[in-house]
Structure formats: structure tokens, C-alpha cells
Design a binder for this molecule. Structure first.
Ligand code: PGA
Length: 254
């Protein structure tokens, strides 16, 4: 059975005060509208500066809604002279369950190659952390019909590295042109890429891998996207910073 997952990606947003308001807001909004725990996994990928704070906050609301903590990145290295990096073991010590790897913003601004993304995926698995491997095409690549070639190349680099551990990853399809732009892939566009990714995963035993959609998913469009047969959840940026919107997306997935 595929696990459903709704993951917020807070990116470089938040403050001690704003984080408290947001986590409390999510818990209160969930409790007001729903009975019992969500039927999907709920995750917030926060700035590492706040792991300790968020951990305390989510523990306080565990009876209302179980919120897991994710990292937005992970070092490819286990330890040593890598200034500024965070190892998998460090993340695990703070109870981090998932780490985003290869987000398009890191591929673009930090020049992360497919090889680096593959190495980070391995580092996460070695630390017992579930990697959320992001793939996605640019607008120009979509317009020139290279979408499937690009995402399959990005995914294959990871699959070659993880070998028989493919079933332990999560994949996020995030068309770059849809991230933070308000443009969303249509449910049909997203579904066709998800189906292609799933057949690629199936060749290496990953047919039950959770595949998330990301790119301007919000309270209004989540239900239709999540109703597609190969869309198992969402990786949500902007809308994850608004408690009511995030809770509506969780409800749509549950
Ligand atoms: P968005 O971001 O929902 O704001 O488009 C998604 C992401 O970058 O993961």
C-alpha cells in the first residue's frame, strides 16, 4: 500500500513567534474541523535553526495531529570538514524523519547536479531518514517536449545509486515553472508524469513509492490533483505557511 503524505516546505521562512502561531494554528484548525488523526502522514520541512523548537511544539499537539519534522536539505557527507553542512546523523538526533533532496531551488542556486542529489539521497537512507527526491522540468524543457526525458534522467541518477533501496524513497514531481508562480500543472499533466515515474520506479522494485506533486498546490486545487491515481500527496510551499489552507490540503488527502 502506498502511503499518502502531505509535506509543507517552509523554505527560508519563519521565526520563533511565527512558527509557534503556525503550528498552533494547524493543530487548532485540524481539531475544529476533523475528528481523530489525519489518514495521511503530515510533515513540515522547516529551517534547521528551528528543529528544536518545532519538535517541542509538535510533541505538544501529538494527540490532535501527528506532525513529523523534515529537513530541506542534507549533506552528502557523514561528518568532517564541510562548513555549514548538516549530516544525516545530526538530523536524526532531532527526530527528523524526512529530508528534501534536489529541490529545484538547490539545483538552481547551489548548482546541485544529479550526482550530488544521488549522493544526498544515499546519505539520508544511511541515516534512516526518508529522502524526498525532487524532479521537475523547466518551462523551456516543457515547451520543447523534454519533460519526460528530464525527469526520468533526474530519477534514474538516484535509482542507480540506491540500487535495492528504491522502495524506501519518496519522489516529488515539481515542475519548476509551477513553483511559487501560481501556475499549477493540470491534474492530467501531473498524472501523466507521475505514471511515467511510477513505471520507471517499478522496474527496480519501487512500484509502491509515494509520489508527491508540488508546484502551487493549494486549498482550492488540492482535491483534484490528489484524486489522480498516481498522485499520493503534495509538497507544498506557499500554502503550507497558512494554517487553514494547509489543513484543507491535509483533509483533501485524508
Ligand atoms: P509552492 O512551492 O507550493 O510555493 O509552489 C512548492 C515547492 O517548492 O516545494
Amino acid at each position: 500500500m502506498r502511503k499518502k503524505l502531505i509535506a509543507g516546505n517552509w523554505k527560508m521562512n519563519g521565526s520563533l513567534q511565527a512558527n509557534q502561531v503556525l503550528i498552533e494554528g494547524i493543530a487548532k484548525a485540524w481539531a475544529a474541523k476533523n475528528k481523530g488523526q489525519a489518514a495521511c502522514e503530515v510533515l513540515v520541512c522547516v529551517s534547521s535553526a528551528y528543529f528544536g523548537q518545532i519538535s517541542t511544539l509538535v510533541t505538544g499537539f501529538i494527540d490532535v495531529v501527528a506532525i513529523k519534522i523534515g529537513s530541506q536539505d542534507i549533506s552528502a557527507h557523514a561528518k568532517g570538514a564541510y562548513t555549514g553542512e548538516l549530516s544525516g546523523a545530526m538530523l536524526a538526533e532531532f527526530g527528523v524523519s524526512h529530508a528534501i533532496v534536489g529541490h529545484s531551488e538547490r539545483r538552481q542556486y547551489h548548482l546541485e547536479s544529479d550526482a550530488v542529489v544521488a549522493a544526498k539521497t544515499l546519505a539520508a537512507l544511511d541515516a534512516g531518514i526518508t529522502p524526498i527526491v525532487c524532479v521537475g522540468e523547466s518551462l523551456q524543457e516543457r515547451q520543447t517536449e523534454q519533460t519526460l526525458a528530464v525527469v526520468s534522467r533526474q530519477l534514474q541518477a538516484v535509482l542507480d545509486a540506491v540500487a535495492d533501496r528504491a522502495s524506501r524513497i519518496v519522489v516529488a514531481y515539481e515542475p519548476v515553472w509551477a513553483i511559487g508562480t501560481g501556475l499549477t500543472a493540470t491534474p492530467q499533466q501531473a498524472q501523466s508524469v507521475h505514471a511515467a515515474l511510477r513505471s520507471q520506479l517499478a522496474k527496480v522494485g519501487g512500484e509502491h513509492v509515494t509520489i508527491l506533486y508540488g508546484g502551487s498546490m493549494n486549498a482550492a486545487n488540492a482535491a483534484e490533483l490528489l484524486s489522480q491515481s498516481d498522485i499520493d500527496g503534495g509538497l507544498i510551499g506557499g500554502a503550507s505557511l497558512k494554517s487553514d489552507d494547509f489543513v484543507q490540503i491535509i483533509a483533501a488527502a485524508s
